[in-house]
Design a binder for this molecule. Sequence first.
Ligand SMILES: Cc1ncc(COP(=O)(O)O)c(C=O)c1O
Ligand SMILES: N[C@@H](CCOP(=O)(O)O)C(=O)O
Length: 466
Amino acid sequence: MRYISTRGDAPSLGFEDVLLTGLATDGGLYVPESLPKFSLEEIRSWRGLSYAELAFKVMHPFVDDAIPADDFRAMLDETYNQFAHKAVAPLVQLDSNEWVMELFRGPTLAFKDFALQLLGRLLDYVLEKRKQHVVIMGATSGDTGSAAIEGCRHCEHVDIFILHPHERVSEVQRRQMTTVIGDNVHNIAVKGNFDDCQRMVKASFGDQSFLKGETQLVAVNSINWARIMAQIVYYFQASLALGGPDRSMAFSVPTGNFGDIFAGYLAREMGLPISQLVIATNRNDILHRFMSGNRYEKQQLEHTLSPSMDIMVSSNFERLLFDLHGRDGAAVRDLLERAQTEAVSIEDYRWKSARKLFDSDAVDDATTCEIIREVFDQNEYLLDPHTAIGVRAARNCRRDDSVPMITLGTAHPAKFPDAVKQSGMGVKPELPHHLADLFEREERYTVLDDDLKSVQDFIASHWKSA
Ligand SMILES: Cc1ncc(COP(=O)(O)O)c(C=O)c1O
Ligand SMILES: N[C@@H](CCOP(=O)(O)O)C(=O)O
């Protein structure tokens, strides 16, 4: 399997190199040159497989011969055996034909564990083979950071630097990152927002001279293809559990960086019958505005009760635009360069083809609280604010009641006790046992200005060999 850039002007890479990359040299994102396609018969034959076995079927074509099949299987077993539920991604029914897929049963309580616990193992494997050291640089609005740290903290050949927006993540999220004390773990609180953090990460991938050629950067954000690849699997899992592929499914996806929903789009392209994908955003609704009116226009980023989705520049939207433009990298580059400074649209027929599959909704904080209360009253089931946005959008956008509607439950409510409290809920979501003493643990992090040079100087002077 070869991977090509969405901007059409970077060398194609194999899986191992794509794993060790962030942005392509032309500033684009890597995507598979062609997607594996599965027949309904083949998908049907996967009924009854364990999550790890299913993950192997779905992901192996992407990994190809870069990792021997038995080694890859062992990594998948290890990764998904550490989840707290036997089903790994259990489904909870809210109403007739309405479901939440709980993606928060991994060690750091968010969907990021599905890819990042695997990514840590993949990196360890490849770096050990190459005897190579790398510096991981990632941006987080709260969840990627802790999952990446958990996934990579034991990697011998890695230093990990995670940038989070200072005072803009929940206290639980911050502590999940900053209480992991290790010589190779570095948390930076940036006086800015998530977009500022992500901008610095991308700029650093574009020019790595601050590392003086002594090591290289690797991405843990969903700009790294391996993240998207691992997130495709649970769409197959949910569908198979509810009668797929012999019936079509709809998914509602709490969306920020557009990685999770792009994985759903790929599952469909690979042959899984999906009739609807709902983009569920908070007030930072650039994607909803684009889907409703074909106008892609950045606005001021707002702080909401769903902080992990406080994102304006959704990296993976570029991967969808690439497909919408017939994989014309030059057209994508031109569009995104213009989008830096002005509102942009795409040709009507391209936009309409996106609209055939994607619906969208934007949910404000008051409505988020309302839906948390409503679902708790009806089902005695506590939603986190991100999942609540997904449930609300699912209900608003549903096209066909006979099609199962599955909302991706992207985080555990215990990560956001303040939002739960603001919803007027009398219940306090408990942290699971392994995090019960989180508030007593020592924290370590460095606060820096929103300044690229300060961040790069910090990294240059703190990675192991520096
Ligand atoms: C809890 C939660 N829900 C939803 C999202 C949005 O996912 P994506 O960025 O893949 O669109 C994120 C962060 O990305 C998240 O942490
Ligand atoms: N919500 C994310 C933001 C980063 O998204 P990613 O999927 O590209 O890593 C977070 O919690 O950090």
